[in-house]
Design a protein around this ligand. Structure first.
Ligand SMILES: [Zn+2]
Length: 240
């Protein structure tokens, strides 16, 4: 999830250090100064990648049902703490054919954190997710989209590729009548949509907007000729 508070906090510090460029590097999805990250898939196919952050949650199985009904694969950036709370749900995500990425252990804002802190957040989530699901994530998404010094090295040590997005759904704060057109407008070859099947570490979060949005958007995009790929596939330019 993204909150403007995080942006203002990071941005203000960056500007007071007379490094406006830093604010850009911390938050702009396409900037790779602080850590390499990709924010767009191959544009040679009419493919979109759905990504869901902050899970697993008690409502993730309902999302899996919707995706399964359309035969749509997705990528889930899970927090280690949520996986420890709901390991069975994390396993259901994998069993349904989806991909799991790393979204840190406890969803902290990484700005102003030490290199050690950042490494341990990523490493702990790798271990938690692998122990629960048998899958070791290869993809990473920073909480709040905020990257910081030390993240590059942490990603390298753990073999993680950072992934941002082309459209962030704002599904944690907007009603679906605003989220749905936002996603429909963002549809394009290689688009990466960022939605949320949890709300940070909150137990039993209300993700009804997300669920209603997915139900409505999937058939509309398929009618327009799009299909859906997991991140690993959409990031591969040579896949047929
Ligand atoms: Zn998040």
């Amino acid at each position: 999830m993204i909150e403007m508070g995080a942006f203002v906090e990071c941005g203000a510090a960056a500007i007071s250090a007379s490094a406006g460029v830093l604010a850009y590097a911390v938050r702009v999805p396409s900037c790779t100064m602080l850590a390499p990250s990709v924010c767009k898939g191959a544009t040679t196919r009419a493919a979109i990648a759905l990504t869901f952050d902050d899970g697993p949650s008690e409502s993730t199985p309902e999302l899996l049902e919707i995706l399964g009904g359309y035969g749509v694969p997705a990528t889930f950036f899970q927090c280690g703490a949520n996986v420890r709370r709901l390991p069975q749900v994390a396993r259901e995500v994998v069993a349904a054919g989806h991909e799991i990425g790393n979204h840190t252990e406890t969803h902290p804002i990484l700005c102003f954190k030490s290199t050690d802190f950042i490494f341990h957040q990523l490493a702990a989530a790798e271990m938690t997710i692998e122990q629960a699901t048998g899958v070791r994530p290869r993809l990473f998404r920073a909480p709040f989209g905020v990257r910081w010094f030390g993240l590059r090295q942490a990603q390298q040590r753990l073999g993680l590729t950072g992934v941002m997005w082309t459209t962030i759904a704002l599904d944690w704060k907007w009603p679906e009548h605003r989220v749905i057109p936002r996603l429909l407008n963002g549809a394009a070859n290689g688009a990466i949509f960022c939605l949320h099947d949890g709300r940070r570490l909150q137990p039993q979060p209300d993700i009804s907007v997300t669920l209603r949005t997915v139900r409505e958007v999937l058939p509309k995009l398929m009618e327009r000729g799009f299909h859906f790929e997991r991140l690993t596939e959409i990031l591969c330019p040579t896949k047929n």
